[in-house]
Design a protein around this ligand. Structure first.
Ligand SMILES: Nc1ncnc2c1ncn2[C@@H]1O[C@H](COP(=O)(O)OP(=O)(O)OP(=O)(O)O)[C@@H](O)[C@H]1O
Length: 302
């Protein structure tokens, strides 16, 4: 009888080998252990007897797999050495504890930062650059003249109108627009390259650009609308920047009035309050962190 039971155990164990999960190149694979690797026994609470199928897993247990008490002795928790305890627990549950991250690898994220002229998009991005290193800030191509202090290839790619139109022709831009008489556009190749390296991508666009990107990317990107605490604060900021003529100042103010109405097309709104740049940056960081922690990840394809 005992011999028959042992044979049954052995035969069944070949169908119920413990499965070990390994991750190779971002994919999960399952590997079955060799039947000689594993030792487990089964406790029969009714008879108080142990039936041991040495060196094999027995599927002949009468209790649920996860909760059944096992014959592998677990040392006392307050006295045992941690490694010894871990080994005993592994033997009891039937597999070694994996060091693979339990969180799935997050997809690269595209973050679109937009808002009216003068609200502080550049200022927020400049600070984000300093505090968060997993981000790639896409360098926009523009046909507008360089402002004092700006660096070609860092702040923008400064190109002529002809060069810009040639990029449009070759479909090299994700989005482009004519803004206050100058072209601005986002090179696709740069995004692809950095997403492939695992970076999250930050795009800085005006409202017009954000609307186009929403059409192109839909819900596959995160859209953040930056606002000042009031219209007055925004105008004062533009005046203080001293980059505008009287005419362009008036155009920017009129445009800003229209633009704030588009806030409901964005996913998040962040107030960049006077003297509180740091708070705005922190909120943008938190938005990115929360998006990266989402179970259902966005998956942008450029
Ligand atoms: N929280 C803040 N408090 C005070 N000043 C700020 C704040 N944020 C930005 N500024 C200043 O406001 C001015 C406008 O900011 P910035 O140039 O970053 O705006 P922008 O949205 O990028 O404008 P544009 O779209 O016209 O390029 C700058 O002089 C900047 O230093």
């Amino acid at each position: 009888m005992i011999f028959r039971r042992l044979c049954l155990s052995v035969a069944r164990s070949n169908l119920h080998l413990p499965t070990f999960h390994k991750r190779i190149g971002g994919q999960f694979t399952s590997t079955r252990s060799s039947p000689t690797f594993f030792t487990q026994s089964c406790y029969n609470p009714t008879s108080q007897k142990l039936s041991v199928a040495s060196r094999f897993v027995s599927s002949n247990c009468e209790m649920g797999d996860a909760r059944r008490p096992l014959a592998v002795p677990i040392p006392s928790l307050d006295k045992a050495d941690k490694n010894e305890l871990l080994r005993a627990l592994e033997a009891s549950v039937g597999s070694s504890f994996s060091v693979e991250p339990l969180r799935p690898v997050p997809n690269p994220l595209i973050i679109v930062i937009s808002g009216p002229s003068g609200v502080g998009k550049d200022a927020v991005i400049k600070r984000l650059r300093e505090v968060k290193d997993s981000l790639h800030f896409v360098v926009t191509a523009t046909s507008r003249p360089m402002r004092p202090g700006e660096v070609d290839g860092k702040d923008y790619y400064f190109v002529t109108k002809e060069e810009f139109l040639s990029m449009v022709e070759k479909d090299e831009l994700l989005e482009y627009a004519l803004v206050y008489g100058d072209y601005k556009g986002i090179p696709k190749q740069q995004i692809r390259e950095y997403m492939a390296k695992g970076y999250d991508i930050v795009l800085r666009v005006d409202i017009q650009g954000a609307q186009t990107l929403r059409r192109v990317l839909g819900q596959s990107a995160v859209f953040i609308f930056l606002v000042a605490e009031s219209e007055l604060a925004l105008v004062q900021r533009l005046i203080d920047r001293k980059t505008e003529t009287k005419e362009s100042l008036l155009v920017r103010i009129a445009t800003a009035r229209e633009e704030v109405r588009h806030v409901n097309k964005f996913d998040y709104v962040v107030v960049n309050e006077e003297g509180q740049l740091e708070n705005a940056v922190k909120l943008v960081e938190s938005i990115i962190d929360a998006e990266k922690a989402k179970v259902k990840q966005k998956a942008a394809v450029i």
